[in-house]
Design a binder for this molecule. Structure first.
Ligand code: F6R
Length: 612
């Protein structure tokens, strides 16, 4: 949600904190701030808005010192104002925080009664005051820190400076990720490996409940019970440590264009191109014969990937799949049958609701798996089985390459399940594997649709509402298309199963409401084409994305003028959702660019939703 960085360095901290915050901006971007230990004490600079606003503030009033903390915020408690921007301070204590302190109201009341004055509406400020009060009670800083953690309910990743404890940073993680970065005579704290990437690629992932006291060249790590622990140092790949936009205008555009490689990389982890089968290690890790049902839990785009996977698992493997948004699943009482595999699908592996749903499944004694893009994430570590996607770091807030990587992995797993369960023979397994291995080329072909897609987006950008239609696995893709458009262009969009149109949504059709129809040539094509006729007959403007324009019945009169066809690649229906995801993403991207919205950092959103 928010991004955190802490530095005990050999050089000036302020520029390094800002460099790191720029990389963390994808996590939250409504306000930002830094604090640096200067000769005259800890000083803060904060700004509402993006990191560039903070940079101007720091340019006008520079800070000098080697130790500091920084934060980029996605507001939970309190509006995105300067007063609510982190770091928050009380006496000698300065704090940055990612997460939500659930008992902040009662702590605040207690602290106010004790004479503390608050200057923000945030939950975070109570941590600074509580730490300050605990120090005043006579405890040493480290003991006071532990005592403070013991009183906090909720989720947090923290980085804290205490005046008088020079060359020391206090950090803690519960519910929100935090890593320690190991430099040469320098130490760092960050929300993820990207945050510390400019300074080091050697990181320690703190475990749930860990807290740490960092000094210039050491990390004193304790677990939740207070026992000193050693956590391994991992060398992260250059791609995780260094992410740049290159020649692209936006990260989203770059990530859309990276999909031939990211899908290929992911497929390689699941499929054996020589044996033309699912890889032996994938089959060895799970026997789908012992799985009676899969319960997919996920949020947002990952949820739609799960919905598409349901079509594949049920069709080729005959394996029942239920898919539910994690925020609903976790708060009802789902009836789980024995043999159910709880499968969390998540790019970040940290989404609070998905994680809670995964933990619930574990608590019920179910076997669990996590399909994640961040392989060191909490879900990856807590699930019985980790299925990786290899999309690489996704920075654009709107998920694109992580979505197609999820589809690539899930479809490959459906093939593995079908083979293990005897639903397909070796020939059919080889055919499906070949289809999947060819997707990367088809995605590259789909990217060539860019100019055609772009041409129709000016008109789309003028719309107030847009409807997306699809059938079969194109239905959840229609839902994903609508989500993509609304989140980055702020145009209201809804996806419907094309067959549902007549049951209500058709009332919305008029000349002002464009209808995007995703209809590759499959067994349902004719039915979808009929729906196109129905829309056009009512004056609706249709954008049809298909590889079979010749099969679209010609329209007469004014209706003919309302239909625009964008031709896509021809592919096997099994992999069509992967391929047709591309024009859907391009459509949203170019529409947003026409509208002039902030494509990579759309309003009110954040990349990693670690609060519920
Ligand atoms: C939309 C988007 C979100 C995420 C959702 C889950 O483009 O990115 O809907 O898919 O917040 O996030 P993860 O996959 O990290 O669990």
């Amino acid at each position: 949600m928010c991004g955190i960085i802490g530095v005990i360095g050999l050089s000036e901290a302020a520029p390094r904190l800002i460099e790191s915050l720029r990389r963390l901006e994808y996590r939250g971007y409504d306000s930002a701030g830094i604090a640096v230990v200067t000769e005259t004490g800890t000083q803060r600079r904060r700004a509402a808005g993006k990191i560039r606003q903070l940079e101007s503030v720091v340019e006008e009033a520079p800070l000098s010192g080697r130790v500091g903390i920084g934060h980029t915020r996605w507001a939970t408690h309190g509006a995105p104002t300067v007063d609510n921007a982190h770091p928050h301070t009380s006496g000698p204590v300065t704090v940055v925080h990612n997460g939500i302190i659930e008992n902040f109201a009662e702590l605040k009341a207690e602290l106010i009664a004790g004479g503390h004055l608050f200057s923000s509406d945030t939950d975070t400020e109570v941590i600074a005051h509580l730490f300050d009060a605990t120090l005043k009670s006579g405890l040493k800083a480290k003991d006071a820190f532990k005592a403070v953690l013991d009183r906090l309910n909720g989720a947090y990743a923290l980085a804290i400076i205490v005046e008088g404890e020079s060359n020391t940073l206090f950090g803690a993680r519960r519910g929100s990720p935090l890593v320690v970065g190991w430099g040469e005579g320098e130490m760092f704290l960050g929300s993820d490996a990207l945050a510390v990437g400019p300074f080091t690629n050697r990181v320690t992932y703190l475990e749930e409940g860990d807290w740490v006291v960092l000094t210039q060249d050491a990390a004193d790590i304790h677990d939740a019970k207070g026992f000193r622990v050693n956590r391994p140092i991992t060398t992260v790949s250059a791609s995780a440590a260094l992410v740049e936009k290159g020649a692209y205008r936006h990260f989203m555009e770059k990530e859309v264009h990276e999909q031939p490689e990211s899908v290929q990389r992911t497929l390689s982890a699941y499929l054996d191109p020589v044996a033309k089968s699912a890889r032996a290690d994938i089959k060895a890790a799970i026997d789908f014969n012992s799985v009676a049902r899969i319960q997919i839990i996920a949020c947002g785009t990952a949820y739609y990937a799960g919905c598409i996977a349901k079509y594949a698992f049920e069709k080729v493997a005959g394996l029942p799949v239920d898919v539910e948004v994690a925020s609903e699943f976790r708060y009802r009482t789902p009836a789980m049958t024995p043999g159910t595999l709880g499968l969390a699908v998540s790019q970040s592996g940290e989404t609070a609701d998905t994680l809670a749903a995964l933990r619930w499944c574990k608590g019920e004694g179910l076997k669990t798996a996590a399909l994640v893009n961040v392989h060191t994430s909490t879900m990856a570590r807590e699930a019985d089985l980790m299925w990786p996607t290899h999309a690489g770091p996704e920075i654009g807030v709107a998920s694109t390459k992580a979505f197609t990587a999820q589809l690539a992995a899930l479809l490959s797993l459906a093939v593995a399940a079908a083979a293990q369960r005897g639903r397909i023979d070796a020939t059919e397994e080889a055919r499906l594997v070949q289809c999947l291995l060819e997707t990367s080329g088809l995605i590259a072909e789909a990217l060539l649709m860019d100019p055609d897609v772009q041409r129709i987006t000016y008109e789309l950008s003028k719309a107030r509402d847009v409807i997306y239609l699809g059938r079969g696995a194109m239905y959840p893709l229609a839902l994903e298309g609508a989500l993509k458009l609304k989140e980055i262009s702020y145009i209201h969009a809804e996806g419907y199963a094309a067959g549902e149109l007549k049951h209500g949504p058709i009332a919305l059709i008029d000349e002002n409401t464009p209808v995007v129809v995703i209809a590759p040539d499959d067994e349902l094509f004719e039915k979808t084409a009929s729906n196109v006729q129905e829309v056009a007959a009512r004056g609706g403007r249709v954008v049809m994305i298909t590889d079979a324009p010749q099969k679209v019945p010609s329209l007469s009169g004014d209706a003919a003028k309302t239909l625009k066809i964008v031709k896509g690649p021809t592919c096997d229906p099994f992999v069509a959702p992967l391929v047709y995801a591309v024009p859907i993403q391009l459509l949203a991207y170019h529409t947003a660019v026409h509208k002039g919205t902030d494509v990579d950092q759309p309003r009110n959103l954040a990349k990693s939703v670690t609060v519920e």
